[in-house]
Design a binder for this molecule. Sequence first.
Ligand SMILES: C[S@@+](CC[C@H](N)C(=O)[O-])C[C@H]1O[C@@H](n2cnc3c(N)ncnc32)[C@H](O)[C@@H]1O
Length: 313
Amino acid sequence: MSCSLRETLVLPARLDAPADWFGALPFSRRIAEIGFGNGEFLFHRSGLEPQVLHLGIEVSLRCIDKAARRVYLAGRRNVRLILGDGRFLLREAFPEAYFEGIFMHFPCPWPKTRHARRRVTTPDFIETLASALAEGGFFELLTDEEAYALAAQKAMGGHPSFRLESFEVDPVRPVRTKYERKWMEMGKPIFRLHVVKTAPARVAKISGGGSGPMHIVLPGARLDAERLRAASSLEGGTDDARWVVCNSYSGVDGSGLVQVVTCDEGFEQRFYIRLVPREDDCLVKVDDASYPFNTPAVHAAIGGLAALLEKRS
Ligand SMILES: C[S@@+](CC[C@H](N)C(=O)[O-])C[C@H]1O[C@@H](n2cnc3c(N)ncnc32)[C@H](O)[C@@H]1O
């Protein structure tokens, strides 16, 4: 895929990007699909309303590439794709009441208790949807799991910002997605939940909880081989804002590069922190090639590495 295609179609999910997105998105009406898979539905839906922006959010780069190629070859101008976690991006990267509709077709039901946080039925995700939708906007869920459909019906139908519009079994639809076909071939019923936002809602942004710039200057601190080695086994934070170092490397310029994974309220980010020794101090900063959202766990990781460099040997 050409560079220019990626630049036009695939928007970067990064700290400074939302401002760029809004400049690059001259559409007053906006629809989103979370987890569009191979993009059949997004492609179909965007053809019906060329004046409406159709924003697809996917965690799989393969899906993004496939859908981008299809959209590009068809010359569609009202589709944009973002690589990232839709639950996180909907909450963090868009203004309130930004979308007039959000589709989610066949998300993983996350049956294990330890993954319960990732379900669409969690109070946090329902608040996120309520906040992201304009009043009168809709959310459509398709699933083959009855228990999941019923849980979503109960959670969203009982929410003060939503009105349950319909709950259908085996709805007739103009286009079937890959997973829909798969479940139908196996003889499974398909459930469709349609809710409409009826009252204002607001969700607190996690990245609003991160404070200050994403670098620290440490007068008198030192970076040496021993500290860099010690960095590779560091971890810390609280239950809702954890961080762990996966690896540390020494750079050719004498700086240290530390690979970090953070988790804020169940949302993961992977990025690098650079440790830069200077004449009178050390700089600890998010590496220039990384763009994490400014969250409490990112700050805690920077603080943890700063503490290591400040430690007296
Ligand atoms: C079971 S597939 C369904 C794909 C498509 N909607 C369909 O009906 O064929 C679920 C899709 O959601 C994507 N996905 C899972 N979690 C996601 C998240 N948090 N944000 C965005 N996409 C996600 C997966 O990569 C996968 O493509």
